[in-house]
Design a binder for this molecule. Structure first.
Ligand code: FAD
Ligand code: NAD
Length: 476
């Protein structure tokens, strides 16, 4: 039968903000028949972020790692409403979310309120810039599909502009200098992809300027990939050296202009030095900052006063100090790193919790109904009591929801030249692996993690295509 499309007044309204790792993992496992579910996100698709760095060079085409939310919702038993909109504020007292249509095409109605009984905040995070001047105006980020497309276009624009007739050698050097700020996994993976693109394609197709291409990675801390084990950090740094990617550690960017990055480096003797890097492309990957809608909610809830990095949640992912609001993923502070792995496990946990809550409520109302009928039908007392007992037994089993516990499966990162690094948990022990075999493991792990079979086939097809025919250098 067709799923019912109108909200059922006997059910609670569950509003889910976001269509990222946290929210979509929740939706996948949620029994939508128990609630009137409404999903709100400015993005009408799920994005498989681990392969986003590969989209910046065309190794993978961007649509291969997107899954439309409408397709995901179609497979649910009961219908789910989706509004393509951004939540601008949440009023925890009136229990409403204010939303607005931020897309290009607008109708007469662009802003409204959505009431909720239960709310899940899974809006992720935005890019941190630490207020450093010039960053927002001049650099590219790497978080969304649009960012990857912008970078891809810009790389080719730099290359073609460098190859322009009579371009001066200094200008060619600047245009062919690709600077990455932030040596976390995003910066490292992007630098690796960029070097591959250059070695495998640009060098062959635009040979006249190929000796000028340089990638520089700038990191404020003493080493890149701070969350990985020491030997993998060393392996990454030595691989980058072989690939001729310049790493500047202990170097903090202070200012960005349209053509230069200014940074302060700490020398081994502790003295400081200002370095100016002229660049053609600048990619800014210095981690996460709190989104305005989350900031706004935090300011309305006194218990969130001391939380800085996002919504402080308890072990059941309930936003502390708020009623009927849960948070998942990068916008929640549960004591774990802001990763897809954490967000998806949190989403799965909430699905289990909500499915159980609905079953509990259903059993409780059955018990209340039967208890009421005990007085009305004295003849059936024994049978009714047995039924009540059975429901109570089921209820005791269900109510036992354990707090959220994160199980770390390991960290993986691609570092270019068909090499990857992996810190994996294996039979309760930690294994650090690096190199070509790890790269094959990286590929198969990500293929298996892709959202759908369609995504998997598209990604494999893209890998084959770029291997056989090279990446597509068209700038569009
Ligand atoms: P997101 O996945 O970012 O989703 C947030 C959602 O909220 C989006 O749909 C967004 O459109 C929506 N939204 C935003 N604002 C609003 C609003 N105002 N109202 C409503 N909706 C809103 N992690 C790993 O574990 N492994 C990896 O290999 C890995 N690789 C990565 C590579 C890159 C390039 C990046 C950027 C991140 C990577 N991560 C990886 C981290 C991972 O992507 C994040 O931790 C994860 O996406 C967090 O999930 P989330 O659901 O909290 O947020
Ligand atoms: P990150 O927070 O991990 O790293 C940002 C880096 O930028 C830090 O090392 C920081 O010291 C540096 N930095 C900050 N300000 C700077 C400045 N002014 N100048 C120079 N360096 C500066 O950020 P990310 O790499 O975007 O990752 C975000 C999250 O996503 C992390 O939790 C990460 O684990 C996850 N992620 C995982 C993978 C993977 O597992 N393969 C890939 C990408 C992202």
């Amino acid at each position: 039968p067709e799923p019912q499309t109108e909200p059922d007044p006997t059910k609670k309204t569950l509003v889910i903000l976001g269509t990222g790792w946290g929210s979509v993992s929740l939706l996948k496992r949620l029994d939508t028949e128990n609630y009137n579910v409404i999903v709100i996100s400015p993005r009408n698709y799920f994005l498989f972020t681990p392969l986003l760095p590969s989209c910046t060079t065309g190794t993978i085409e961007h649509r291969s790692i997107m899954e439309p939310i409408r397709t995901i919702l179609r497979s649910k038993k009961a219908s789910v409403r989706f509004y393509e909109a951004e939540a601008s504020s949440i009023d925890p007292d009136r229990k409403v979310v204010r939303i607005f249509d931020n897309s290009e095409v607008k109708g007469d109605m662009t802003e409204t309120e959505v009431p909720y009984d239960m709310l899940v905040v899974g809006v992720g995070a935005e890019n941190a810039t630490f207020g450093i001047p010039g960053v927002r105006e001049h650099s590219c980020f790497l978080k969304e599909i649009g960012d990857a497309q912008r970078i891809r276009k810009r790389i080719m624009d730099c290359v073609e502009t460098a190859a322009f007739k009579d371009q001066s050698p200094e200008e060619i050097n600047r245009l062919m200098h690709m600077v990455v700020v932030g040596g976390g996994p995003t910066g490292v993976e992007f630098a690796g992809e960029l070097q591959d693109f250059f070695e495998e394609d640009i060098k062959k197709l635009v040979p006249e300027i190929s000796d000028r291409f340089r990638v520089t990675l700038i990191e404020a801390l003493p080493n890149v990939l701070p969350s990985f084990s020491k030997q993998l950090i060393e392996y990454t740094e030595s691989t980058f050296k072989e690939e001729k990617i310049n790493i500047h550690t202990k170097t903090m960017v202070k200012k960005v202009t349209d053509k230069t990055v200014e940074a302060v480096a700490t020398r081994p003797d502790g003295t400081k030095e200002t370095i100016v890097f002229p660049y053609g492309l600048l990619v800014w990957a210095t981690g996460n900052a709190v989104r305005p809608v989350v900031q706004d909610l935090m300011s309305r809830v006194p218990a969130q006063k001391n939380s800085r990095r996002g919504l402080a949640v308890n072990e059941y992912l309930v936003v502390q100090g708020a009623r009927d609001i849960w948070a998942v993923g990068d916008c929640a502070v549960a004591g774990y790193a802001p990763t897809a792995q954490v967000a998806s496990q949190e989403g799965n946990f909430l699905a289990r919790l909500f499915n159980n809550m609905a079953r509990t409520e259903a059993l409780e109302s059955k018990i209340a109904e039967l208890s009421g009928s005990l007085n009305i039908q004295p003849g059936n007392t024994a049978e009714i009591s047995r039924e009540i007992e059975e429901y109570e037994r089921q209820l005791r089993r269900i109510k036992d929801v354990k707090p959220f516990h994160y199980s770390h499966q390991g960290s993986l990162a691609y570092i270019g030249s068909e090499k990857a690094v992996a810190d994996v948990t294996w039979f309760n022990g930690n294994v650090a692996a690096a190199g070509g075999l790890t790269y094959l493991f990286w590929r198969s792990a990500y293929i298996s993690m892709c959202f759908s079979t369609r995504n998997r086939l598209l990604v494999i097809n893209d890998w084959l295509k770029s291997k056989l025919f090279g990446r597509d250098l068209s700038r569009e």
